[in-house]
Design a protein around this ligand. Structure first.
Ligand code: NAP
Length: 541
């Protein structure tokens, strides 16, 4: 590791996931002595630990990948249209080796506290093992979905069988053959996991608190020569991505939603047109109307149609009815699946709709609910994440006057300027912080822009002799007003929607929509304008 004193660097990066790997490469390339601190024993971040069966990205591999290196995008070989977890993890390792990053990554190094020392304008960063690192700049590349949310269910630790958490699945896998398995949670993770577990396990009991809206999707291996053809046109693919609001121009979970916006309203469709939409296009046809994002009544009408579409797939009418969501469509992140509803026609699968009676406790032999007891050998918790702010709230981060970041977010909600900085925390950059487009975009496309903006910013400050940059409270306030005004007319903020997008999935977390929905090109334009204007909204000193 390159250092001019014990633990002194120009920039410290927290996390060696996709953001941290690129941040290291970029900052090093700018001549900055950079060290990445990673709590895990491997690179890859969220994609290295979410190893549950069925884990897969819902954006196409050729777009869910770094665009900054022509060599990497030409050399790496994707085997499927949408990549599965093992391939994404291998890709992260390939990039780490190809760019010779490992020498500047400290693994098993968990940051637990950091303090901004005002006289020296330096961050002092402490790790669980007691090391201290010092640098003027810190880049938090700690992930938006990196802190699993374990539910607070009585008796969880009394279970005598195997408890598994999708967010930290055992590296060597788990043989579920012949076992009675419970899955708690039916978000993106549960919807991916459930069809695969159903095939492996003797019995599967799905505990569903909120049914999902999910659209069927075909993932397939590339045909011979297909990937080479795509790679030959990579310049056009990347250009189209850059121009696209979600940073992914090909079909993805996000682009389906965007296309819906241009569709005619359900409210002016005739009953025959609505029925035909379901007959011809199933669950997608049920939801494919332009007014569902803005008009809660239209959304309810579409949900009713959605129920009809489910009933055409799921044989048992009770089970089909139990799979119909009660929250508005599109207020949670879109989900795509492979054979989710068909899974409930299997003899070995039981659905427990917790809206009819919730979980009371986990017992040594299984799960007790208000509807009865279920004996199982394995419980899988697919219960989500403390998203966006979770990772940094777990570090004791002290900015100016000793103020703690976790207190600011607890009191004011997940505030930030551009999702890049929080007022009162100079020289601390957040990659994909709250208020940035991350949540509603292709994360890799979004992180590349953030890393590049941060690198240019640090270089420019140093070239001009500035020591600190910090978001102005007024600019932060205006940004939050702007981001929240964008979603105000949509179902994204409907009170019945508890989503990680708005913090409603975490008990006690202050609710605020945490994304930027005007799209990546507009966001990039604003960030470039701010930089070109001498970092408007930031104080430089
Ligand atoms: P999630 O969408 O927040 O879903 C968590 C599920 O657990 C929900 O169904 C939730 O119910 C349930 N749950 C939580 N606590 C519970 C409790 N005490 N009792 C019963 N049920 C409980 O989390 P996720 O599925 O892990 O997905 C999070 C995000 O990760 C996704 O939105 C996506 O961005 C990303 N992800 C992406 C992919 C992909 O690329 N395809 C795959 C997996 C994850 P409620 O809804 O009622 O709270």
């Amino acid at each position: 590791m390159s250092a001019d004193g014990p633990g002194h660097y120009d920039v410290l990066v927290i996390g060696a996931g996709f953001s941290g790997l690129y941040a290291l490469h970029r900052l090093r390339g700018l001549g900055l002595r950079t060290l990445v601190l990673e709590k895990a024993g491997e690179v890859g971040g969220t994609w290295a630990v979410n190893r549950y069966p069925g884990a897969r990205c819902d954006i196409e591999s050729i777009e869910y990948s770094y665009s900054f290196s022509e060599e990497i995008q030409q050399e790496w070989v994707w085997t499927e249209t949408m990549p599965a977890q093992p391939e994404i993890e291998s890709y992260a390792n390939f990039v780490a080796d190809r760019l010779d990053l490992r020498g500047d990554i400290a693994l098993h190094t968990e940051v637990i506290a950091m303090t901004f020392d005002e006289p020296s304008s330096q961050w002092r960063v402490r790790t669980r093992c007691g090391q201290t690192f010092v640098a003027p700049f810190v880049v938090a590349a700690s992930g938006i979905l990196s802190v699993p949310l374990e539910p607070d269910i009585a008796g969880m630790d009394t279970f005598a069988g195997t408890s598994l958490f999708t967010g930290r699945w055992p590296r060597d896998g788990v043989d579920l053959g012949g076992q009675r398995v419970a899955v708690i949670g039916t978000g993106s993770t549960g919807v991916q996991l459930i069809p695969v577990v159903a095939r492996d396990a003797a019995e599967l009991v799905v505990f569903q608190r909120s049914p999902a809206f999910t659209l069927p999707w075909r993932v397939r291996p590339f045909e011979p020569g297909e990937l080479d053809g795509l790679k030959a046109g990579y310049a056009e693919i990347r250009a189209a991505q850059r121009a696209h609001p979600v940073g992914a121009a090909r079909l993805s979970a996000f682009s389906v939603l965007l296309e819906m916006l241009a569709r005619p309203p359900i409210k002016s469709a005739t009953p025959q047109e609505r029925s035909r939409a379901v007959e011809e296009h199933g669950v997608l046809g049920a939801l494919n109307w332009g007014d569902v994002f803005f008009d809660i009544e239209a959304n309810r009408m579409a949900t009713e149609l959605y129920g009809e579409a489910i009933a055409r797939i799921v044989d048992d009418p009770d089970t089909a009815a139990a799979l119909v969501p009660s929250h508005p469509f599109a207020c949670k992140r879109p989900i795509i699946d492979q054979g989710y509803y068909e899974t409930f026609n299997r003899d070995n699968v039981t659905l427990v709709d917790l809206r009819r009676g919730g979980i009371e406790a986990v017992t040594p032999t299984g799960i007790d609910t208000e509807q009865g007891a279920f004996e199982v050998d394995v419980i899988v918790y697919a219960t989500g994440f403390d998203a966006m702010t979770g990772a940094l709230s777990r570090i004791d981060i002290r900015g100016r006057d000793g103020v703690a970041l976790r207190d600011v977010w607890a009191d004011e909600g997940p505030v930030s300027y551009l999702g890049l900085q929080v007022a009162g925390f100079p020289n601390l950059f957040t990659v994909q912080g709250p208020g940035s487009p991350a949540a509603a975009t292709n994360f890799i496309a979004a992180l590349e822009h953030h890393v590049e903006w941060i690198g240019d910013c640090v270089s420019s400050l140093r070239a001009q002799g500035y020591r600190t940059i910090e978001a102005l409270p007024s600019a932060q306030e205006e940004w939050i007003e702007h981001t929240t005004s964008l979603v105000a007319p949509t179902v994204l903020v409907h009170p019945t929607c508890n989503s990680w997008y708005n913090g409603g999935n975490v008990p006690g977390k202050k609710r605020m929509y945490m994304g930027y929905t005007a799209g990546l090109p507009e966001y990039r334009r604003r960030c470039e304008e701010i930089a070109a204007g001498g970092y408007t909204g930031f104080k430089l000193s």
